[in-house]
Design a protein around this ligand. Sequence first.
Ligand SMILES: [Zn+2]
Length: 321
Amino acid sequence: LKHLWIERPERSVRTGFAVNRLDRLSERRDDGAFIDELRCSEGARSLVFAGEVPVLKRRGDAFEPLFTFAEVDGLGIAAEQVFLGHDSTRPFFATLLETQTPEPAQGHRDIVMIDLRSVAMQGLVTPDVLGAFGQAKSLLYWHSRHRFCSNCGAPNRMVAAGWRRVCDVCEAQHFPRTDPVVIMLVVSGNDCLLGRQPGFPAGMYSCLAGFVEAGETCEDAVRREVFEEAGIATGRIAYVASQPWPFPASLMIGCFAEALARELSIDTRELDDARWFSQDEVRLMLARAHPAGVVTPPKLAIAHLLLQEWIAGEIGLNPPR
Ligand SMILES: [Zn+2]
C-alpha cells in the first residue's frame, strides 16, 4: 500500500474530507469470500450511520467513530453494509442502520449522533477518519435513494461490497454517482468576486459555484456560472484543488478565473449579494477581523483554500492563448 502513504504535495489535502488513505481494493470487491473474510477478521471496524447522521461513541471529551461488528449488531439492524477499504492495519466498513434512531444495548449510554458537518467543523475525528466518513456518507446515501432499477422499476440489490447495484429483472447495472461542482475565485487585479447565497450564515461571503452540466468542460462550467450569476465574462481559468463534499455526493473542483469585466449584474434568484473585495479586505475576513463583520467560509471549505492561495500570490493562471 506504499502508494497510499506517500506525502501528498497537492493543495487538495488541506481541505476537509480530502484525506483518505484507505486502499479501496476495488479489484477485489466482487470476491464475496474475500470481503467476508475481511469482515470477520478481528481488527475489522465499521463507521455507522443512522439516516444521514454519523453514530459515535463518547469517551469523556473525545469521540470514537469505529465500531466492532458486535457493537454494530447492538445498535440495530443493518440496512446496508459497504466496504470502504484497508488502511494496512485493518479493514474499514460502513453500516447504514435501518432505524433513524439507534437504540443502544444496555451499558451503551455513551452512544451519540452528531451530523457530519459538525463532526468536521469541530474536528471530532482525525482527518483520515473524516475522509472515510465522507466516502461512507456519499455511498450510503446513494444506496438509500436507489433501491429500485431506474431502467425497469423493479427492486434491485447491492453487489460488489457496496460499489454497484444490479437489477435481476433487466440485468441493468447501476453505479454510485459523484456530482462535479465547479467553485471559482474570480479575480480582477487586486480584487476578487465573492457572493452570498440565501442560506449562508450571517456575514459570510464565498466563491461562486455551480454544477457541471452534461457536455461541459470545467472551464466552460466556470464561465457559464460566473456569467449567469454575476454577469461577468471570464478569460483564463486555472485548476487549483479539489474536495470531496459529501452533502450528499459532490466533488468540488476549485479554480481561479480571470475576470474580463468589472460591472456586476447579479442574478438575485441565486444570490442575495455579490461584490468585489480587495486583498486587504480578504486578509481581514480570513482573520475574522473585518470591521463590517463579513467573513470567509471556514478552513474546512475549499473556498477558504482558494482565498488563502490568492492572498499568497499563488494564482497560476494559464499563459494567455
Ligand atoms: Zn431493471
